[in-house]
Design a protein around this ligand. Sequence first.
Ligand SMILES: C[S@@+](CC[C@H](N)C(=O)[O-])C[C@H]1O[C@@H](n2cnc3c(N)ncnc32)[C@H](O)[C@@H]1O
Length: 281
Amino acid sequence: MWVVGDRINGGRSLTSFEHAFAFRDAGFIVHDARIFKKRNTPLMRRHAYTNCYEFMFVFTKGLPSTFNPLRSPSVRSGTAQVPYLKGPDGFNRKTERSLSEHKVRTNIWSYAVGKNGTTSDMYAFKHPAMFPENLARDHILSWSNPGDLVFDPMCGAGTTCKMAKATGRRWLGVDVSSEYTSIAKLRLEETEEVTLSSLPSRPDPFDEPVASRESSASNEEVGLEEPISPCRWCGNEIPATRSQLTGGRAVTCSPECSDFNRRRRRAALRAANCTEQKGKT
Ligand SMILES: C[S@@+](CC[C@H](N)C(=O)[O-])C[C@H]1O[C@@H](n2cnc3c(N)ncnc32)[C@H](O)[C@@H]1O
């Protein structure tokens, strides 16, 4: 499972696609290209729609050995008249059937991000790019069984390991930064071990208990990490530090951008004036 987003700076970097091709060239099958939709995304671009997703690629070597499909509540449940037989007269006969209360999820999953959305371990936010815990949990439930080993080779603040421990899996995490691994260790110490005997061998239909609560929460309730605003000239995302300097209000992404666009605007004004003058004479 590889979660990756594009950098957006004067256009999309398409890093996500490059990574997918690199994994495929290395011999993996792209079993699925899924979407991680962020529920609470501030307006980030002036000349494009706000980006609200990253990719979640599932790379395999053959069929995955485990797949426990997670389920969500169906919009339609209870009983309904459903067609069951088309007679020679061309009419569908209908019968009353009870509809399932849950259905297998689609490959678009959405999660709240930021404080209390990603995690409630506030000290872990020293790491700038954590997964939402629920995202890690849902993948672990989907692709592994209790007792399996979950390995995260770039574990950062230990979200995957924490959720592996919380769901009765064994875990192994590696990160290049000792600052991040010490956060991970602390989070793991605070996570209660789940005994295998207390877990079902396959997860029950999962009805997103946290997600449904989050969906009604506003950005402020779920707590964005910091205010981010688009550059007033080009609309690109402004680095958080620069945005914070002005309390998240409109600033420009760089002095160059500001100068370039100011010159462009003056030239456009001059051209407009000129046309107006010509029209008068
Ligand atoms: C997007 S973060 C992962 C965050 C993690 N999923 C979490 O929720 O905390 C990527 C991590 O990869 C680590 N990293 C980058 N290059 C690495 C490398 N060559 N070997 C191991 N870890 C690396 C970074 O230190 C960073 O913590």
